[in-house]
Design a protein around this ligand. Sequence first.
Ligand SMILES: [Zn+2]
Ligand SMILES: [Zn+2]
Length: 278
Amino acid sequence: MSSSIRAEKLRIKGTVQGVGFRPFVFVLAKNEGLTGTVLNDGRGVEAVLEGSSEALERFRTRLLKELPPLASIESVEAEDVPVEGRQDFVILESRSNSVSTVIPADAAVCEACLKELSDKNNRRYRYPFINCTHCGPRYTITAHLPYDRPQTSMKAFPMCPDCLQEYKNPLDRRFHAQPNACDVCGPHLELKDKKGNLVLCEDEIAELLRQIQEGKIAAVKGLGGFHLVCDAGNAAAVSELRQRKHRPFKPFAVMALNDLSASRFVRISEKASKELHS
Ligand SMILES: [Zn+2]
Ligand SMILES: [Zn+2]
């Protein structure tokens, strides 16, 4: 039986860091009864797998077929390595060598996170910086590769015990999600007036909405910069924004909640709708 046991090292290149790739490999390997290791390095992901030839083959097929939503593979190089009787499958610390790999773009909040966001019983109910391995900031918070929390702007926010538990659990959607945070340990919203003084209020979003409805112009700090907003239906506010931006004629972008609310103003084809949701 032992003659059919093999071990191989896979070098995987592409968008494979910060997208839940190591946990994906971990679950897949466990699933196929393989032992070995997986780690991030400056070139991508390296996995060493040991098990039957059939399991190894199934692993490779599933690796390409069941990729996490934000991941994409450019190449997989396989090389046979000695069988060592590896007992378990483990995720190893990142190895930092210099050659760079691809950091995925920031991704819009996923369905699962949206659900938690509006669930009163969820500990991230209305927590604006909610994210998981399938969504959230990546590129804009990364200072250095490999993509690991100490190399991102999230290093200033040590995880609370609850977040840390998710981060360490291979079966959790937030396993190794570098920007993992919650209301207890993560960044918070602040509303400031034009002099930079903190506006004290119960609910920053509700207060900002109230002020926008009053005709005020706001600068919303997002992941990649500031976003100027005002009520598009308020001619005075729009004209004030045009003056301040020195943009007398060029159209501004209009924000809408979804294609349904946008369809009040524009016609949206099925194809356009698909693009908007992509
Ligand atoms: Zn998510
Ligand atoms: Zn937390």
